[in-house]
Each structure stands twice: as structure tokens, then as C-alpha cells.
Design a protein around this ligand. Structure first.
Ligand code: PEP
Ligand code: MG
Length: 323
């Protein structure tokens, strides 16, 4: 089986009926890029920049960040690299920021919420990204977006820093797509409104599932409720994809679900464009895609979206795809 995977390393990802999709990988540091390329990743779908900030005693400087972003972009050449801005808080702490303890850290002061208040931290990251943008195919995405206002504010800061850099004589790319993670149900529900303003969506199912089913993703006691195939999740995902396509935008997914062999046929049928997973899942997923018919899977869409339980969904997909 490994041999069959290896043959597909430098091949595009095409389904049995000729649909192209993009299989990209999640990374945490520039050192992970080699693994993405070795495993046939067509790009980076999620660069978790938190690692630049963690395990340190102070904030990373603009130059330190610039070096990391430039390194990733250069190594990836013209392949797309989606960089997520700082997603700290929740389970990820930074000792030097001295954030107060919270009753519900996952519902608290984190990610874009923190960045919009501490715009000094945010602007430094945006400047580093903008400066690195001429070294490859950069796309920027904001995490934990719950309202349109948050997106508008974040994008305004980005444009402000772009203008500042241009005035200073620093070159910045003019083709940076700016998108959001869809990991909060409010955003998935009004995806149509978001789709008019963003360049792309990347669905973060790790958080979207926990918020939709109100089940802490780290808590074993309630892990039975953490159901990727729950029809509520499928309906939200479908809503996001339809909204994107109605505005001519693309929709990806960067949660664990994107590399799951039961989820892949479902997502293909719903029309997902980009699948971002751990690098080692890329070749198995490409192999699986080769045997799937998008047209056939799309014909199950209404049936799947009207099912009552995750178990029904899973049994149905297992039967249709011989798993
Ligand atoms: C997600 O929430 O699905 C996601 C990809 O982000 P993280 O796992 O870093 O929260
Ligand atoms: Mg998340």
C-alpha cells in the first residue's frame, strides 16, 4: 500500500470522475515543511503560528516572525500557504502575557479577541506577514471569528499596516487572500453574509464540533458527544460550502475531520474544495479520492443532511464506500 501511495506523491488529487481537490497539510513550525513536501502536500492549509510565541519568556519580535514566515513561504515555492494569525488563550497559555484565570477559557479571552484588544501584538504579526508576502503564495486567516465586525476590524488593521509598510518603501504582495476560520457556530450559520467579504473559509472542526455540541474537546467524560458526523455538523459545513460557492469563493477544512476516511466522502459530496490534514494523511487521502465519485456522493447530500444521528451517517457512508 505504501508503494501505491508513493506513486501519487507528485500527482494532483483527482477523483474517479475527474474532480480536482486540494490536499494540503497543517504545520506548526518551519521545520514541518519538509514533511509536507515529502508526503505530497499541495500546500499548507494551516500554519499554527502560536508555536512562535510559546515556550519563550517574551513576545517574538517582528524580525523573528518575518524569518519564520519567509522560510515557510520560500520552501513551499508557489504552493499556497495559509497562515493563521495568533490563536492563543483557551488551552494555549503564554506565561509572559499574564492572562487572568477564567471559568471557561474556551469561551473566553482568546485568539482574535485578544489580538483586537492587544493590537500592538497583532500589528507586529501582521507586519511580519506582509513583509514576508513577496517570498511565496501567502494567504492570511483569522481564528475564532464570531462576528462580521471582528473580521472587518482585523482586516482594517491588516490594510493599515500594509499602507504603513508601502509608505516606508517596503514591498508587499498585492494578491494576499484574506479569509477566516469557521469554528464558531454563529459564523457557520451566517456564512452567506461572511462570504461577501472574505476571500475564503477554512472550517475548523476541532472547535466547531465542541461549540456546536457543547462538549469540551479535552474532556473524556463527554467525548461521546464529540461527533464529527453529527448531522448538525454536516449541515453547518454544507452551509459554509454553499455560501462560499455562491460568492465564487473557496471553502476548505483544517480540523482533524478533513483527513478522516469516513468524513472525506461526505465532504467531497458536499463540494469541499481544500482539505488540510497532518502531512502523513495526505497520500492515503489522495489514494482514497481516486476511487470516489463526486457525482455519486453529491447525490446522497439531501439524504445525509436529513439523517437523525451520527451513527446513521457513518453506517450509510461505510456501506456506500466499502469501509
Ligand atoms: C480547529 O479548531 O479545528 C483548528 C484547526 O484549530 P485548533 O485545533 O488549532 O484549535
Ligand atoms: Mg480552533
Amino acid at each position: 500500500q505504501k508503494q501505491e501511495w508513493a506513486k501519487l506523491k507528485d500527482e494532483p488529487t483527482v477523483t474517479k470522475d475527474g474532480t480536482h481537490v486540494e490536499l494540503v497539510a497543517n504545520i506548526g513550525t518551519p521545520n514541518d515543511v519538509e514533511g509536507v513536501l515529502n508526503h505530497g502536500g499541495e500546500g499548507v492549509g494551516l500554519y499554527r503560528t502560536e508555536f512562535l510565541y510559546m515556550g519563550k519568556t517574551e513576545l517574538p519580535t517582528e524580525d523573528e516572525q518575518f524569518d519564520a514566515y519567509k522560510s515557510v513561504l520560500e520552501q513551499m515555492g508557489d504552493k499556497p500557504v495559509v497562515v493563521r494569525t495568533l490563536d492563543i488563550g483557551g488551552d494555549k497559555e503564554l506565561s509572559y502575557l499574564e492572562l487572568p484565570d477564567e471559568m471557561n477559557p474556551f469561551l473566553g479571552y482568546r485568539a482574535i479577541r485578544l489580538c483586537l484588544e492587544r493590537d500592538d501584538i497583532f500589528r507586529t504579526q501582521l507586519r511580519a506577514l506582509l513583509r514576508a508576502s513577496t517570498y511565496g503564495n501567502l494567504k492570511i486567516m483569522f481564528p475564532m471569528i464570531a462576528t462580521l465586525d471582528e473580521f472587518r476590524q482585523a482586516k482594517a488593521l491588516l490594510l493599515e499596516e500594509k499602507e504603513n509598510l508601502t509608505k516606508e518603501g517596503t514591498e508587499v504582495s498585492d494578491n494576499i487572500e484574506v479569509g477566516i476560520m469557521v469554528e464558531i457556530p454563529s459564523t457557520a450559520v451566517i456564512a452567506r453574509q461572511f462570504a461577501k467579504e472574505v476571500d475564503f473559509f477554512s472550517i475548523g472542526t476541532n472547535d466547531l464540533i465542541q461549540y456546536t455540541l457543547a462538549a469540551d474537546r479535552m474532556n473524556e467524560r463527554v467525548s461521546y458527544l464529540y461527533q464529527p458526523y453529527h448531522p448538525a455538523i454536516l449541515n453547518l459545513v454544507n452551509n459554509v460550502i454553499e455560501a462560499a460557492h455562491a460568492e465564487g469563493k473557496w471553502a476548505g477544512m483544517c480540523g482533524e475531520m478533513a483527513g478522516d476516511s469516513i468524513a472525506i466522502p461526505i465532504l467531497l459530496g458536499l463540494g469541499l474544495d481544500e482539505y488540510s490534514m497532518s502531512a502523513t494523511s495526505v497520500l492515503p487521502a489522495r489514494t482514497q479520492m481516486k476511487d470516489l465519485s463526486k457525482e455519486e456522493l453529491a447525490s446522497y447530500k439531501d439524504q445525509l443532511l436529513s439523517m437523525g444521528t451520527a451513527d446513521e451517517v457513518e453506517a450509510f457512508i461505510r456501506e456506500k464506500t466499502n469501509q
